[in-house]
Design a binder for this molecule. Sequence first.
Ligand SMILES: [Zn+2]
Ligand SMILES: [Zn+2]
Length: 348
Amino acid sequence: MKTTGYAAHSHDTPLVPYEYNCRQLREDDVAIEILYSGVCHSDLHTVKNDWGWTLYPSVPGHEIVGRVIAVGAKVTGYNKGDHVAVGCMVDSCQQCSQCHAGEEQFCEHGFTQTYNSPDPHTKEITKGGYAKNIVVREEFVLAVPAALDLAKTAPLLCAGITTYSPLRTWNVGPGSHVAVIGMGGLGHMAVKLAVAMGAHVTVVSRSAHKKADAEALGADAFLLSNDEHSMEQAASTFDLIVDTVPVKHDVTPYVPLLKIDGTLTLVGQVGPMAEMNTVPLVMGRRRIAASLIGGIAETQEMLDFCARMNILPEVEMITMEQINEAFERLERADVHYRFVIDMQKSTF
Ligand SMILES: [Zn+2]
Ligand SMILES: [Zn+2]
């Protein structure tokens, strides 16, 4: 099946329209017409080859919402016309202990990324959501609950699950005290999800002007990280800190905010971190951890939870033609809080 997407052909050229073939429908495949695609910071990192592993031409996008247009003979869960979603993974071995545990993101043989990954069968490089179509095996297709607004659902597939999974891993619920550092695509979802789970949620930021935004998202409190007095007063009060900062930084000032046995989990930065002082870790048996998206079953659980609790990201709709401008704004963190490409309003 022929389709059109937007691709980067090198690290320093803009994305341009690009025609290619989706793979032949296999018996366990679902063919999707993409309606909406979220714009994740990873897309920008990949296009610019910031991690050094980009395979050009690169069609990014791993926050995909669409409509089923065809199914393979052995597909049982989806029918033509269903609203479905695809996140960061499109395949894994399905045989190893991690796959059996529903943690495909930790597949012992490595999962296949939605874009920029060799397809395990055809060896072709996968192409993502900045396109009109995608073909994905059934096991990696999610059902979009009817209650969710389709236009706003896309960012749940990466930003949503990336923050939902650690909140579940560390048993956040009523009575939990959660802090969120960083108020971008990930941070704003962490706030909304933790509030919906019943936690007392504090946004930690170095800019006082973020206070109103934090309150608007439903946060219970705001902590100015460069105000030493407030930081001291907040010492030993949090069960979990979700650190969504997407660049190299020092976590040492935040660790004393954790209770004894509390955890700071990194979900934003992939790569080197600044040198830290272990004293506040040692003095409280505190932990620094990290988390990577979530499994397929947990992603479906997250979508169902968001539908039930009426949780949706704050989005700014764009067309495919505006993607290069959107990337420039994303680089300056000039978005509240996620761009979503509307494929039907795009003219490519
Ligand atoms: Zn992402
Ligand atoms: Zn596996």
